[in-house]
Design a protein around this ligand. Structure first.
Ligand code: GAL
Length: 391
């Protein structure tokens, strides 16, 4: 550095890069992802239709903005190595413009391996080039899925420490490449929660990291993942989220009661809320489940504290999430499979930080329940009651 002028411009450039990077939202990302409903059967037209539905259904105005194309958009590389979309996505930059004009954002998916999980082209050896291409197209979110990198690199290493280093470096490498573009791109790690990723996901640049294998559209699959997040809350903070996978709400495999449990758990977990259904075919019930503002406010609370299990007695669980205004979200769950008439679950608010009772609101029913010291919630099997409680 040989002149004060150069120093000032270098500092200015660094500061504006930091400002760009920090312009990523600090609350969990909300949007839609193609995988759960469409798998690789996606096209530009399908994605545009989802975006239109996201706006017309009121989802965008409730906070859902990312339109994330998962596996299946990639074509081959051009002679100079540039990644090209396949014939189902004629012009990715035009698609990004279309989304941006609606106040939405575009997400893409790739892998550190040569192949993605579904066998499409991965980023191996082209990380910087791909990051530059994404930025030039106007991409705002990248899901980076381990996949073939495991067989190609990780499994050839001998010790667990070497294997962990290789995985961490693969993720850090793409993070550096994304950062160099200067475009704020939300970085979502997907390696199925292996190797205690919640302990190091943030240190390799992750804004979120999958904590589990893939979700399925059944109560059993959803509950195993959702309730299995106990103990992970301390690894989340604003801009750095545990990701228990995308939503199945509206895909048809669960009852409305079960989907309500799904949304309630994900909100308590401060999880990314990425709808995984066909937004063009939603009934009123699905829209109501996805757009309940009071539930979304729990997920999106600015304190960014993930909730955690307070107690489990047999099939009855209580989960608590502290909120920025001093109130707490409390989820009361009945994990029993069989239908009785619904179980009365008593919840004493005093040991939950409300020694002289609290004002209680049912956020699904939008009803105030008055001041209480003890709540007796009637909760159906597989169901839940979600409350917002303030002193
Ligand atoms: C899986 C991933 C899924 C989906 C799929 C695409 O590994 O967990 O969420 O992205 O790959 O092939």
């Amino acid at each position: 550095m040989n002149s004060p002028h150069l120093l000032v411009s270098a500092l200015t450039a660094m500061l504006s890069l930091r400002a760009l990077a920090s312009s990523l939202p600090l609350t969990p990302p909300m949007g839609w992802n193609s995988w759960n409903h469409f798998q690789v059967n996606i096209t530009d037209a399908i994605v545009r239709a989802q975006a239109e539905a996201m706006v017309s259904s009121g989802m965008r105005d409730a906070g859902y903005v990312y339109i994330n194309i998962d596996d299946g958009w990639q074509g081959s590389r051009a002679a100079d190595g540039t990644i090209q979309p396949n014939e189902r996505f004629p012009d990715m930059a035009a698609l990004a413009d279309f989304l941006h004009a609606k106040g939405l954002k575009l997400g893409l998916y790739s892998s550190p391996g040569t192949k993605t999980c579904a066998g499409y082209t991965g980023s191996f050896g082209h990380e910087e080039q791909d990051a530059r291409t994404y930025a030039a197209w106007g991409v705002d979110y990248l899901k980076y899925d381990l996949c073939s990198y495991n067989d190609e690199v990780v499994n050839k290493l001998t010790t667990p420490a070497e294997r962990l280093d290789a995985i961490r470096e693969a993720y850090a490498k793409m993070h550096r490449a994304l950062r160099q573009t200067g475009r704020p791109i939300f970085y979502s790690l997907c390696q199925y929660g292996l190797n205690y990723v919640w302990r190091w996901g943030a240190s390799v640049g992750g804004n979120s990291w999958r904590t589990t294998g893939d979700i399925g559209d059944s109560y059993a699959a959803m509950a195993a993942i959702g309730f299995g997040q106990a103990g992970l809350s301390r690894y989340a903070s604003p801009g750095h989220w545990n990701d228990p996978d995308m939503l199945e709400v509206g895909n048809g495999g669960m009852t409305a009661e079960e989907y309500r449990t799904h949304m309630s758990l994900w909100a308590l977990l401060a999880a990314p809320l990425l709808a995984g259904n066909d937004l063009t075919k939603m009934n009123a019930e699905t829209i109501a489940l996805l757009t309940n503002r009071e539930v979304i406010a729990i997920d999106q609370d600015p304190a960014g504290v993930q909730g955690d299990r307070f107690s489990a007695e047999g099939p009855y669980e209580i989960w608590v999430k502290p909120l920025a205004d001093g109130s707490k979200a409390i989820g009361i769950f009945n994990r029993q499979d069989t239908w009785t008439r619904g179980e009365v679950i008593p919840v004493d608010l005093r040991p939950l930080g409300f020694p002289s009772g609290a004002h209680v609101r049912d956020v699904w029913k939008h009803t105030d329940l008055g001041r209480r010291e003890i709540i007796e919630a009637t909760v159906p099997p597989h169901g839940c009651v979600l409350l917002r409680v303030r002193a």
